[in-house]
Design a protein. Structure first.
Length: 408
């Protein structure tokens, strides 16, 4: 049995014994600090940890973290060894599909090139030892604006990508992996339950036709009320979707769980897992801003020679990346970042820092900031990691995961 299914089945067995439901917490590894904090938090909470890495973050070209699939799995292993974390650890691709990688979309890759690019990424993930792949062909740049991709096309491409990955895995004699399908995003085509049902039917039929009836996703992403601009988890929808997929052997996976108002309801509704990402980037950004304020105080006292200018450099780098533009609201289209309201500018910079953390200027500024504060007895990295870990702790607690490793 693949690692993820094994963990889910053990959690089910424990629930049958104790009555305590659990949801797996998945962190989006958008920076080295988040990766280190995730492992440390999992160690301290004595709980499993799941990394869901997008192809924008980690890929054959390095992504915006600068890491290939092999380098990412190696770093995770090193961080686990650093704190002697021996609990369950799952590494997964998040949102793996054509044109979901910014480069493919901006360069307007053809269908064939985009699908082949995703297949290459999946192959690299399998070779690197990933445990799960989220197959998400729910975007098509050839679909006219305002229209939604045909759900039958989504299902067909899902089957094609799973079939390719399984053939590659078997040819290399590698262990079984798990799959996640679908998306909660409005553009994805699974935004209503009727379309959701059609997708499930097509997927089941398509996998059978290619001889993969024994391969079925452990996670199906459901639209449960959360997205980038909302924070209320819809318990009624989650329960209905869970009732649909559990007889199939699947669990509902939640995305955009960042800052959700009611995380404690996820296990109560039978949610298998939930992804959290931008929230940790924001926490990392806020911690660095706090450190810069401390640096300014030391500068005024004459204890700092050269200030880092951390916040100003992050603003400039985010602005120059242009990757913030895809998060603009309809009424903000065409505006420059500096023309947005202070609140929106702050949110966008804080959220989009993940795209530029590993660029030379932010890395240099962070190094200067850390060195300046170390001179006066401050441990800046511990403050940053502590802030991220604090934000993670609420999910370990709300999802009933604390101490789970001892029970597994």
């Amino acid at each position: 049995m693949a690692k993820t299914e094994n963990l889910l089945h053990k959690i089910d067995a424990l629930q049958a014994q104790s009555g305590i439901p659990r949801t797996i917490f998945a962190a989006c590894p958008n920076s080295p600090a988040v990766i280190r904090a995730s492992i440390r938090a999992a160690k301290r909470n004595n709980a499993p940890i799941y990394f869901a890495a997008t192809l924008n973050q980690v890929d054959c070209d390095g992504g915006y973290t600068g890491m290939t699939q092999e380098q990412f799995t190696r770093l995770v292993r090193f961080e686990a060894e650093r704190v002697n974390f021996t609990g369950p650890l799952i590494i997964a691709i998040d949102h793996g599909g054509p044109w979901l990688k910014d480069k493919q979309r901006t360069e307007k890759w053809s269908v064939e090139d985009a699908m082949n690019g995703v297949k290459k990424s999946f192959e690299a993930a399998v070779l690197a030892g990933y445990d799960l792949i989220h197959v998400d062909p729910t975007v098509d740049i050839n679909v006219p604006k305002g229209e939604i991709i045909d759900i039958h096309v989504v299902a067909a491409r899902t089957v094609e990508l799973i079939a390719h990955t399984e053939a590659f895995r078997k040819a290399h004699g590698l262990p079984e992996i798990s799959y996640e399908v679908g998306t909660e995003e409005v553009h994805g085509g699974l935004a209503d339950e009727t379309t959701f049902d059609t997708f499930i039917q097509d997927l089941k039929k398509g996998l059978a036709e290619v001889g993969l009836s024994n391969v079925w996703p452990c996670f199906i992403v459901g639209k449960v009320g959360t997205d980038l601009d909302t924070t209320l988890f819809d318990t009624e929808v989650a329960k209905r979707l869970t009732a649909k997929v559990r007889p199939l052997g699947s669990y509902i996976k939640g995305h955009y769980t960042d800052d959700v108002d009611n995380p404690q309801d996820y296990p109560l509704c039978g949610m298998g897992a939930a992804n959290v990402g931008p929230e940790f980037t924001i926490g990392e950004y806020r911690a660095l801003c706090e450190l810069e304020e401390m640096e300014k105080q030391q500068l005024a006292l004459g204890h700092v020679a050269v200030p880092s200018n951390m916040k100003a450099i992050l603003l400039e780098e985010v602005h120059e990346s242009h990757r913030w533009e895809k998060w603009l609201h309809t009424d903000e289209q065409g505006l420059d970042l500096r023309e947005l309201t202070p609140e929106r500018q702050d949110w966008i910079v804080a959220t989009c820092c993940r795209y530029i953390w590993q660029q030379p200027r932010p890395l240099a500024a962070r190094g200067i900031l850390y060195d300046n504060l170390k001179r006066v007895g401050v441990d800046p990295e511990e403050i940053v990691l502590g802030r991220i870990e604090r934000d993670m702790d609420k999910y370990f607690r709300a999802f009933n995961l604390i101490g789970l490793n001892d029970l597994l």
